[in-house]
Design a protein around this ligand. Sequence first.
Ligand code: BES
Ligand code: ZN
Ligand code: ZN
Length: 461
Amino acid sequence: MPARFAAPDTAALPLHLIESDGLDPWLADQPAPVAAWAKASGFTGALGTALMIPGPEGAPVAALAGYGTAAQRARHRFPLAGAVPSLAPGVYRIASGLPEGGAMTESLGWLLTGYQFTRYRAGSDVTRALVAPEGVDAGRVETLAAAEWLTRDLVNTPASDMGPDALEAAARALAADHGASIEVITGDDLLARNFPMIHAVGRASAQAPRLIDLRWGASGPLLTLVGKGVCFDTGGLNLKPGASMGLMKKDMGGAANTLGLAQAIMTLGLKLRLRLLIPAVENSVAGNSFRPGDILTSRKGLTVEINNTDAEGRLVLADALSYGDDEAPDLMISMATLTGAARVAVGPDLAPFYADDEALAAALAQAGGQLADPVWRMPFHTPYEAMIEPGIADLDNAPSGGFAGSITAALFLRRFTAQAKRYAHFDIYAWQPSAAPGRPKGGLGQGGRAILGALPEVLDL
Ligand code: BES
Ligand code: ZN
Ligand code: ZN
């Protein structure tokens, strides 16, 4: 169950956030036993530490969370979340020390400390609940947490239970929850309806390739999200080595992020029309696999020389993007675990994105900063277009040389987005490699909150 805030009238322990140099002044105002207890416990206000304050009967009457220094907090996405596991189970309200402007992200971070992936193993039932701080829109923060929950659960679920069938089922469940309509084009119907590259990439899999097409909302600007749903990426005939294949259940991380974002948009009832396109496939090896050297003709008509079957994401996305592009959406956004090069460039913390529209790029960067979802703009560097033009076809899916791998992948996608009024592409990692406060190792939402926060300005909502 996604985390929720405790009801405002719940009996809650006061929690004081104490900076390192704020401890002595704070203790000076406390009864002598409290100061003695804090000193004897070695509590210094260090970031990520906590101390329960007992009353005369021994039961806690308050708690302290170390809040370090501003410089230390700047190293963390959710500074307070690091202290939460050290608090006794119970319900808390923040009584002092929360910096202005930090309430939203710190309370989101708190809710996210409750995330556990419990599909295959029971989790802990210990809870540390928070009463939403004053001024925080509790429902909105809970919606952000629920979106992150959904994204993480989808990414964490291995391909044995999250193949194209299950990804479709997840999209259908989301549609049913929110009264959205959904159409799914599957298997040979993809050929009949002209999605040749989705079919080519996914046809070797035991579960048929498909294109999921969800629509919600009756009026307002049209937002089209396109998420890479490669449920497992073996690399195809250009098989990945074991170490690179190990994590490839997360290759539907783009789809998972767009599903989480779609859930948030629908829950919040944004005044827009939403379309979500997910090409859901498994990049598998079989006698009917597509091959290196094959030339595919895309939905748009552009021919693509396959120079590496492991560069499959851009192929399935290209057909989905051209389909979405046909109705000239006001904003189209693709999210995909598209290249290893993106991870090399910016690491697992930042979500790199591409956008030609300056206002869109600025709004994404600003919203990402406000919503604890850091993003980083990358260049759609047009002079590199030549790198994706091989000679005997219009496009090359895997330019040799490997220069600027994330940029050339983004340029490839941009070729399929001529009608959309604005377009952004996120080349995300969707995975937290080692635990950090509010972010256990495993699936991770990236870019969704930045997009959500940017929508009002970009779409004039
Ligand atoms: N799914 C991978 C990209 C990936 C790998 C994302 C590791 C995150 C972590 C994608 O399908 C892929 O294999 N891309 C190739 C493209 C290359 C062959 C042009 C890559 O990035 O190496
Ligand atoms: Zn691949
Ligand atoms: Zn892939």
